[in-house]
Design a protein. Structure first.
Length: 212
């Protein structure tokens, strides 16, 4: 067992964990716990997010909601819902994930079963400290088409192509925005008031829409 503590996240890593044990731990601890699980072929990482991590997550969520509102796109937020498929021996609880292109397919559903339902269209993963599991491999195994990954300094957009993630400059779900543009607002969130930031972001999105 290895424990790493930082102001952003605390991680506990367990090795040689069976899929059955992972499922049992997930069910026994429930969805209201403060920690999040990531499981990759026998390696289980339990991450407890702290202030820096959670505040960053909230900013991303607000950006997504503003983009959807201004573009007139319906979304279904799935938060940190457990995403897993037994056949892939992988599972994860993302920081946030959304149904966008497939929103209509899961509208009205109260539970998700990735054996039958499509995976979220967009997941956002924040790792201020280095994760001990291959999260790109987990998400690709689950079939999540778009992933935004942020390490506290750098934001990257990924698109799933033929089972592998390829870094890209523009969002798939929101093609009007580039990773460099979103990165500016993420950086501003570290020193700017949240309401002022949100107003600035909304004004920028409206200007982008007019230009497009």
């Amino acid at each position: 067992m290895l424990i790493k503590s930082t102001p952003a996240e605390q991680r506990t890593v367990l090795h040689n964990v069976s899929g059955e044990t992972f499922e049992a731990l997930r069910k026994d601890t429930g969805e209201d716990r403060g920690s999040r699980f990531a499981y990759d072929c026998g390696v289980l990482e339990i991450m407890t997010p702290l202030f820096e991590h959670e505040n960053t997550k909230i900013q991303f969520d607000r950006f997504i909601v503003v983009l959807a509102e201004e573009l007139g796109i319906e979304i279904r937020s799935a938060g940190s819902t457990t995403l897993n498929r037994k056949i892939s021996k992988r599972g994860i609880e993302p920081d946030i994930c959304y149904y966008i292109q497939n929103e209509l397919a899961i509208r009205g559903k109260q539970t998700l079963d990735l054996e039958n339902d499509p995976p979220p269209d967009l997941a956002i993963e924040i790792d201020i400290t280095s994760s001990s599991v291959n999260k790109l491999g987990i998400y690709s195994g689950l079939g999540v088409i778009e992933l935004w990954k942020y390490d506290g300094q750098n934001l990257k957009f990924y698109q799933l192509i033929e089972g592998q993630y390829v870094e890209c400059k523009f969002s798939i779900a929101f093609p009007i925005v580039s990773v460099s543009e979103i990165s500016i607002f993420v950086e501003q969130s570290k020193s700017m008031g949240e309401i002022a930031l949100l107003k600035s972001f909304r004004a920028w999105v409206r200007k982008k829409i007019k230009i497009e």
